[in-house]
Design a binder for this molecule. Structure first.
Ligand code: NAD
Length: 443
């Protein structure tokens, strides 16, 4: 599914019209390709907080070139600023001093990252200064342009050595369509500091992906397989042949069932235990829409959406956890939606189900043991068969209303899920990261 508008604006006539009429100008985003370096260029680091050493160690570990002093003729592919040392609002000027001289020296599709301390762990002026970082990074995302991204990572005291998998994701093209996000790295699973090979972090791991036969689910299966996992794809009987073909291609396994069936949680748990000795990564991707304004909503539309998108993930998660099927340092990953954050006309059922997925993350994040984490992605407009069904005009608006003026690809959601899934992400718990190109809706 090509973006016809994007192809048009790349043509000579299109370029002229974009320039003269101020039309949106989507840049072709860099996306990571298997075999490529993590960052194809130089990372400039700055700041003087407690995370500086961890940043440098992580970048060295990925084999990424970094400097605090960019050569006069050089350009930066990523900027990482450690703001955790800012204890007073007056010191925020350090952001301006670091970023301003570098803003005109960025390569295409640059990735900008600010690191701080969670404000809720601080008091007084330090708390104010750290909270201010959020407005800075979100604005930076909206003005960086050229396909660039900007994020804030709050790292709890004591979690300094646990930033590597998050940094790998955020400074690389793996986060091409993620921008304006606030990520939290905490102390969950302290003591389970696993180091992974960033090229094959899921080696030896088993991953369940629901709704894997097509769209975003298929891409999640492919990316987790690329990262070394043995993937168990699940889908409904109507999608069995596509699912089987994918499982064969990925040398994985498949499970044909409807996740809303009363015995689905038990059947899934039994299969994972007997065939695979348990599961390390559970991705609740299967989802449906049955749109109607509430005035015209019938019970069948309401019930089916809640059943597939919310009740099934909730029931399956409970069963997998209570039966001990999820291995230590396991991952539960939900697929919410921007609609669950901002709301959408005709989607009261869908938005309720997707906000409920965020509720599932909130309710489980403090309950889990054995370094098992729970997180969700909230995709914006992702180009799939689901969004191909959206009427043309709505689809066009949906695609352009973000800082990147384009829809995302299934691989963008998949890469975000692969970051959560990484065994080195044991401190990434309770996050809901939007994969939406920093959509204007719902901040
Ligand atoms: P899709 O319709 O292309 O794929 C959904 C998959 O889920 C299909 O393979 C389908 O057979 C499967 N599925 C549906 N009901 C099932 C059931 N009862 N049991 C087992 N499998 C079932 O959709 P997509 O665009 O790839 O979306 C994937 C996920 O991402 C969904 O949860 C969706 O809500 C979410 N999402 C998508 C977008 C987007 O822009 N495409 C945006 C936000 C969120």
């Amino acid at each position: 599914m090509t973006d016809r508008y994007q192809s048009f604006v790349s043509s000579p006539v299109g370029k002229l019209l974009v320039k003269n009429l101020g039309l949106p100008n989507p840049v072709r985003l860099d996306r990571w390709r298997d075999g490529a370096p993590l960052v194809d260029g130089t990372v400039v680091t700055g700041g003087t907080g407690r995370l500086t050493v961890a940043v440098e160690d992580s970048l060295d570990g990925f084999g990424v070139a970094h400097t605090t002093d960019l050569g006069e003729q050089d350009r930066a592919k990523a900027l990482v600023f450690d703001a955790s040392g800012l204890t007073d609002p007056a010191q925020l000027v350090a952001l301006q001093e670091f970023f301003t001289p570098l803003m005109r020296r960025l390569d295409s599709c640059p990735h900008l990252v600010v690191l701080g301390t969670p404000p809720e762990e601080l008091s007084g002026n330090a708390r104010i200064a750290q909270r201010a970082l959020e407005g800075f990074t979100r604005s930076l995302g909206k003005e960086v342009g050229r396909g660039g991204t900007s994020q804030l990572v709050y790292v709890s005291e004591g979690a300094e050595s646990r930033i590597s998998s998050t940094l790998a994701f955020l400074v690389s093209p793996k986060s091409a369509y993620v921008s304006g996000q606030v990520v939290r790295i905490g102390t969950t699973g302290l003591g389970v500091d696993v180091e992974t090979d960033w090229r094959r972090p899921l080696e030896g791991k088993v991953a369940l992906v629901t709704g894997a036969s097509r769209g975003i689910g298929e891409q999640i299966a492919r990316v987790l397989h690329r990262d070394g996992a043995r993937v168990v794809g699940l889908d409904v009987p109507q999608a069995a042949s596509e699912l089987q073909a994918l499982a064969r291609e990925l040398d994985g396994d498949h499970l044909v069932l409807d996740i809303t069936a009363p015995d689905a949680p038990q059947r899934i748990a039994h299969h994972l235990r007997t065939e695979h000795g348990g599961v390390d990564v559970v991705v609740h991707n299967a989802g449906i829409t049955r749109d109607k304004k509430l005035a015209n909503m019938d019970a069948a539309r309401w019930d089916s959406v809640i059943a597939v998108n919310l009740s099934a993930p909730e029931r399956i998660t409970r069963e997998l956890l209570s039966s001990g099927t999820v291995n230590a340092n396991g991952r539960i990953i939900g697929v919410a939606s921007i609609a669950g954050i901002a709301g959408n006309v005709g989607q009261t059922n869908y938005a309720a189900s997707k906000a409920g997925v965020i509720g599932l993350v909130d309710s489980l994040k403090g309950e889990l043991t054995d370094a098992i984490t729970v997180n969700a992605v909230a995709p914006g407009f992702i180009v799939t068969q689901m969004t191909a069904a959206v009427p043309f005009a709505t689809r066009e608006v949906g695609q352009r209303l973000n800082a990147m003026s384009q829809g995302g690809l299934p691989v963008d959601v998949a890469e975000t899920i692969a970051w959560y899934a990484d065994p080195a992400s044991s401190a990434v718990n309770g996050n809901v990261v939007r994969v939406c190109g920093q959509m204007m809706l719902g901040a």
